[in-house]
Write a protein that binds this ligand. Sequence first.
Ligand code: KG4
Ligand code: ZN
Length: 317
Amino acid sequence: MIIIGIETSCDDTSIAIIKNGKVLANVTSSSTKVHEQYGGIVPELAARKHCTNIDKVFQHAIKIAKIKPNDIDYVAYTSEPGLIGSLHVGKVFAKQLAALLGVKIIQVNHLLAHIFSYFLDHDIKDLKFPFLSVVVSGGHTFIAINYSVNKYRILNSSIDDACGETLDKIGRLLKLPYPGGISIDKIYNSKKVFDLIKHSIADKEFSFSGLKTAVSNLINNLRQKKKKIDTVGIASSSLKWIIDDLEIKIKYYLNKYPKTKMILFGGGVSANSLLRKTFTKWRNTKFLFPTIQYTNDNAAMVALWAFLLLKYRGKEC
Ligand code: KG4
Ligand code: ZN
């Protein structure tokens, strides 16, 4: 079974082709450079970039996968959530392709696709329900319990900024290269960590705006007093705060749902070195992280989710 995945929810135009769950091609054209100068994604520019890139990315993917368009059995595309203009480009492309080929179309939730991305290059036999998922991306932060490929319940979700967005904003305040999440990962130093603000209690929703405000106030105070800004210290303390917060909440939900078989991480921030180091240390809990190339937005995860949906249809717990 050959599935083409189309991902255009944010700034990356990505098209992948998978055969029986195995990746044949995963081509991504990133528009990060365009947004860099603005310190964040400009939706209109992202949508325009998708328009100019999508056909080239499609041709490239077909070539790498060594298939003909007629070999495709299903077209899967990201239908939500995301930037409306960006999503629309992917939707129109997917619908036209499916109509031309006379094949079925599968709408994919981008966040569910992130959850299962570990299985892009690991054995699907290890997929055991129910499990807890932790999505930490630029736009979302949540913990969910998953009962099947498309049956899940969100247990805790950020009420304000997502953790990736917070790191990007703190990076900008510290004048670090965009995106801040990656820059902060690179300069993290455990010896430079100091206390910023208190953590909320375990069963309260994620909230990262307090951290961002604390960092902003600290930097403004230091600037006013003409004091030196400890970039590495502030960046490291912010990252440590976010990871500690994730740890507090994950511990709480693991206790609440003892039947959970494993914890699957997904989303851009799951590439973070401190995050991986912290959770790998936990004994008795199986934490699974996607391979780094699949932590960020990619179409392979979109196609894989469609494949899993077809494979596990009707199998729930
Ligand atoms: O999942 P993703 O590619 O896009 C969304 O769906 O939002 O995540 C992008 C986010 C950005 O905020 C970026 O700064 C963050 O992931 N990120 C990282 C790392 N790599 C990407 N944050 C911390 N450490 C990293 N190594
Ligand atoms: Zn994403």
